[in-house]
Write a protein of this length. Structure first.
Length: 256
């Protein structure tokens, strides 16, 4: 059995305080994995079974000790070393041969940041520093390789400040964890600081309707004056969609 995930609450300051550790916040899917007598479970934060969509992670579980479970983040890196969230998102609907092909083209990695069980011993009652040391020992002793990656952790404020400059490769911010805290399922005992960058874009289209948009498809003009797609928003809450709808206007010109 996998416990419910421990959660975080937003904070406005990126400062790392004494008695806390910092970890990079990844632009991926929160997930937990367990292996028991050859049975592998890969589960999303909300309980969805993700194994069929990520066969390379399931097959890679042969590297792990039996009766072991980890918490982490599923990510996909592109050829330039940037996190490719849209590629990761596109893999969710793949199954069977399609999932295998997608794994070959855009392999996922499981970035482990917590240890929930080790060789049959439940570890969530251990303090963070002890869980972290045990997680590092698993990676070292088993010489884990892809799809497994160990999330960095630090108690050095300068290192945290450096991580906050990694937004260009898709890092979202930093998660702070008290060194003495146990892993508390469903509790918001961690803290997260998200890097926010602002940029201007044009709403070229919406999903949903103009009166109640669900997501906004964004574009920018290129050097030749053509509107080019650059990305989309996350799903808008109903209140936000209603507010945005009042600001949308139909464009005057057609765009190639």
């Amino acid at each position: 059995m996998l416990p419910e995930p421990m959660l975080s609450t937003p904070v406005s300051s990126p400062g790392l305080r004494p008695g806390w550790a910092g970890e990079p916040k990844w632009d991926g899917f929160r997930a937990a994995v367990s292996v028991d007598a050859g049975r592998v479970v890969l589960r999303s934060r909300r309980g969805t079974q993700m194994g069929p969509a990520f066969p390379e992670v399931v097959s890679g579980a042969v590297q792990l000790p039996d009766a072991t479970a980890m918490d982490g983040e599923l990510v996909v890196w592109d050829a330039a070393g940037r996190l490719a969230f849209e590629r990761l998102q596109n893999r969710l609907a793949r199954r069977g041969a399609g999932a295998v092909r997608a794994a070959e083209e855009w392999p996922a990695h499981f970035v482990a940041f917590d240890l929930l069980r080790l060789s049959g011993t439940v570890t969530i009652g251990w303090p963070y520093w002890r869980r972290r040391a045990a997680l590092e020992s698993v990676f070292a002793a088993r010489r884990l390789f892809a799809p497994w990656a160990l999330c960095p952790s630090t108690t050095d404020p300068d290192t945290v400040r450096e991580w906050l400059t990694w937004a260009s490769v898709g890092m979202e911010g930093v998660v702070f964890k008290r060194l003495t805290d146990a892993y508390e399922p469903s509790m918001r005992g961690w803290q997260k600081y998200k890097v926010r960058e602002t940029s201007e874009a044009i709403v070229g289209a919406v999903t949903g309707s103009l009166t109640q948009p669900r997501t906004l498809l964004l574009g920018r003009y290129d050097a030749e004056g053509r509107l080019q797609y650059v990305g989309r928003t996350t799903t808008l809450a109903r209140a936000a969609g209603t507010a945005v709808a009042g600001l949308l206007k139909v464009g005057r010109h057609r765009h190639a």
